[in-house]
Design a protein around this ligand. Structure first.
Ligand code: DC
Length: 231
C-alpha cells in the first residue's frame, strides 16, 4: 500500500506521542510531534521576555516569530525525533512545567498557528508520517487516510505525566499536574481557532485500560482494514 497520513488528536497527556512513535517505528514512517512546535514558540517567548507572570506581550510574540526556526532530528538513543529550536536541542526544556503552563495560550495566537500549520503541512506533503496534536485531523490534514481521536481518564493521564516528569528528575505534585491537564483541555477545546474536537471520520481510542501493545495492535488492524478497502 502506498504511504498514508495518520493524524492523531486528543487530550493532553493521553499517550498520543507514545503510540504515535511506536506506530511510526512499526510502519517505517516519520513521527511529528506538532505540540512540540507550539512548545518551542512558548519557550522562545519566555526566553525573550515576551511572557511574564503568565501575561503575554501579544505583539512582541508575533514580532519574534520570524526568528523561530524549528526542525526535528532522529535520536538513535531514544529512537525518536528530538526537537530543535534555532539549532539547539530543546527536547527536555520544552517539557518543563513553565512551558506547559503557557503553551495553550500561545497556541491561540492566529499568527503562531499559521506559521506552525505551514510547517506541518510541508512535513506531511509526501505522506508516510504520523502526526499528533489537537487539530491534525480536523484542520492540518483533513484528508488524512486514518484519523484517531485519543482520550483517557484524567487521573490515569495525570499519573502517566507524573511518572514521565519524575523519570526526568522534574518533581511536580500530582495535583499541580492534574490541574494543568484540565486547564489545557479546557483551553484547547474552547479556543476560537482550530479547537480540539473529534473529526467526524476519526476513530475514538480510549486507552485508559489499554497497554501500549494493545493500542498498537488496534491501530495496525485499522490500517490493514484500510488497505483492504482501498485496494
Ligand atoms: O501535545 P502537547 O501537550 O505537547 O501540546 C502542547 C499544546 O500545544 C497544547 O496544549 C495545545 C497546543 N497544540 C495545538 O494547539 N495544536 C496542535 N496541533 C498541537 C498542540
Amino acid at each position: 500500500m502506498s504511504k498514508i497520513l495518520i493524524a492523531i488528536d486528543g487530550y493532553s497527556s493521553c499517550g498520543k506521542s507514545t503510540v504515535a512513535k511506536a506506530l511510526a517505528a512499526s510502519l517505517g514512517y516519520a513521527y511529528i510531534d506538532s505540540g512540540a512546535m507550539y512548545r518551542c514558540v512558548t519557550l522562545f517567548a519566555l526566553r525573550k521576555g515576551a511572557i511574564k507572570d503568565h501575561s503575554f506581550l501579544h505583539d512582541e510574540i508575533i514580532k519574534l516569530l520570524p526568528e523561530v526556526k524549528l526542525h526535528f532530528e532522529f535520536n538513535p538513543h531514544s529512537k525518536s525525533s528530538d526537537t530543535y529550536l534555532n539549532g539547539e536541542n530543546v527536547e527536555k526544556e520544552i517539557r518543563q512545567m513553565i512551558v506547559s503552563e503557557n503553551v495553550s495560550k500561545i497556541s491561540t495566537i492566529h499568527e503562531v498557528r499559521v506559521q506552525m500549520i505551514a510547517i506541518q503541512r510541508e512535513l506531511g506533503k509526501n505522506k508516510g508520517i504520523v502526526m499528533d496534536g489537537r487539530d491534525i485531523g480536523t484542520n492540518v490534514f483533513p484528508d488524512a487516510e486514518l484519523k484517531l481521536f485519543m482520550t483517557a481518564d484524567s487521573d490515569i493521564r495525570t499519573q502517566r505525566r507524573y511518572d514521565e516528569l519524575s523519570a526526568k528528575g522534574q518533581h511536580v505534585s500530582f495535583n499541580e499536574i492534574k490541574q494543568n491537564l484540565l486547564d489545557r483541555d479546557y483551553q484547547d477545546t474552547h479556543r476560537k481557532e482550530n479547537p480540539l474536537i473529534k473529526a467526524n471520520d476519526a476513530i475514538v481510542l480510549d486507552n485508559s485500560e489499554l497497554t501500549r501493545e494493545e493500542q498498537l495492535k488496534f491501530i495496525l488492524k485499522l490500517i490493514r482494514d484500510l488497505t483492504i478497502s482501498v485496494n
